[in-house]
Design a protein around this ligand. Structure first.
Ligand code: CMP
Length: 138
């Protein structure tokens, strides 16, 4: 069993498709063991995406991620990090495989509906950035 961190992003909460995304997550044997709906502060979003702070899209990314509510989640399952990345599809929906969340729902490379951790060690860091252990219930 492994855990990964997920964000359902503002483009998805605005279009009321969070349930449709959760359905795909659950159908693929990932269990949502923690979930919160909140609006990210600029400070929290900048801290989360600090690895991208020198990228040309950083300011737009922070504006977008703070433009509306997000759903933050902890997902648990076998190979959860890799499995969720498969289900999400490529960052750019134009390159995503059919049936993936981003192919079905993402609007463009920035408004791409979901985030998922890229490694088990980053999953651990990202989960701790948002959740206390007591908020994760199996
Ligand atoms: P995510 O997986 O959350 O990681 C970083 C985010 O930055 C990414 O999803 C997109 O929302 C955004 N992003 C990545 N690459 C680009 C890009 N080339 N232009 C604009 N936004 C991007």
């Amino acid at each position: 069993m492994e855990r990964t961190f997920s964000i359902i992003k503002p483009d998805a909460t605005k279009r009321n498709i969070t349930g449709a995304i959760n359905k795909i997550i659950e159908e693929n044997n990932l269990k949502i063991v923690a979930q919160k709906r909140l609006k990210l502060s600029v400070e929290k979003a900048k801290g989360f995406y600090s690895v991208h702070q020198d990228k040309p899209f950083f300011n737009d990314l922070i504006d977008y991620m703070t433009s509306g509510p997000v759903i933050i989640q902890v997902l648990e399952g076998n190979n959860a990090v890799e499995e969720y990345r498969k289900i999400m599809g490529s960052t750019n929906p134009d390159n995503a495989d059919k049936g993936t969340i981003r192919k079905e729902f993402a609007l463009n490379i920035q408004e791409n509906s979901v985030h998922g951790s890229d490694s088990p060690s980053n999953a651990n860091i990202e989960i701790k950035y948002f959740f206390d252990d007591s908020e994760i219930v199996i």
